[in-house]
Ligand binder design. Sequence first.
Ligand SMILES: O=C(O)C1=C[C@@H](OP(=O)(O)O)[C@@H](O)[C@H](O)C1
Ligand SMILES: C=C(OP(=O)(O)O)C(=O)O
Length: 409
Amino acid sequence: MKLALSAPANSLLDNEIQITGSKSETNRLLLLQALFPNLKIDNVSNSDDAEVMQKGLAIANGTVDIHHAGTAMRFLTSYFATQEGKTIVLTGSKRMKERPIKILVEALRSLGAAIEYVEEEGYPPLKITGKKLKHNKVSLPANISSQYISSLILVAPSLPDGLEIELVGKITSVPYIKMTLGLLDEIGIVATFKDNTIEVMPKDEVTSKTMTVESDWSAASYFYSIVALAEIGSKIKLSSYKEHSLQGDSVLASIYQQFGVSTTYSENSIWLEKNGEQLADSVELDLSNAPDIAQTIAVTCYGLGMGCHLTGLHTLPIKETDRLAAMKTELEKFGATVSITEESLTLESNNLIGSGAAVDTYNDHRMAMAFAPLAMKTNFFVNDAGVVSKSYPDFWKDMELVGFKVATV
Ligand SMILES: O=C(O)C1=C[C@@H](OP(=O)(O)O)[C@@H](O)[C@H](O)C1
Ligand SMILES: C=C(OP(=O)(O)O)C(=O)O
């Protein structure tokens, strides 16, 4: 599906959007619910990634295909490794077969798990034969993906002696680890995270409880970007959000102040309002704690004519696509000047934004959604726009609610 995008006719925005539940919280809670069936979940994400997680958890034997869902791939690896009597082949899309999983497989093997590579060593698909894991201590590198660590934490309470996890090297995407621990805490599982050691206590059952997933903050980033690029006085209300979020991407509220966007929390919603101009010609941000909003921020800066130097992006090359290379290629289609390293992206400040470009999306939902707000400034096309369903199937409908013209071409 190719879409043509253009700006809302009324340049002063005033809208309300209900965003789906966080896919990160949802996929954690779905796994916890499989271990502790008396948990109930509200505001479940309607994303493809949550759907494949649900389907995967329901399968007893055979092949589970998680498509593009990194969290489902990593979380289900530990889950099936601990399920005695099940033999599963866990596979995914062509891209998933290029996303590394060796660190997690080695960690689980050291605990006694039976996991084999079906194709290439170090990558999915995996053949997993569920077993009782014998050990309660594990050590793994922490600088590649926090999802390996969250995966181990999630199954840890179901192990007879819990689990002590030693993290080696610089820890990346830390808020996602804290989110996992935060959810365990909310269901009454004791865990600690001190320096580079995480300890999770075992638990046979939890008291019955309904867990309400907060809406997705990474998805909120696209509305922050829209408001940043809108006329002063524009506002958008997003629900359902909390001031004290488990999601690290809630750092958007402070980052977007630099782009003239204020955030007001009221009941279970946030109001984003454009109440001033951007504060500087250029920004520098370390996004190692919030990698999923890097693409949004780069496009916001470009739309505002600002430069940016974004660092801490070493995980971007192994996500849905090589996001650093993809951002450079696509921003340059509009006339931007971009340079990248293995862990950074630098955009020169520039007030010229070309029109008529066709943005390629590389099977990456965030490529489509990060560029979409730029339609506030220029008309362009998005190729394979259906990719958004990975995390936010209603994205284009919500863009129309804000007033954007979204036409299939
Ligand atoms: O645990 C999670 O829910 C996630 C962790 C992050 O991945 P990395 O830890 O691989 O950076 C993030 O990019 C991903 O979208 C979701
Ligand atoms: C990186 C992402 O997802 P995952 O790693 O779970 O596929 C994302 O949603 O931006």
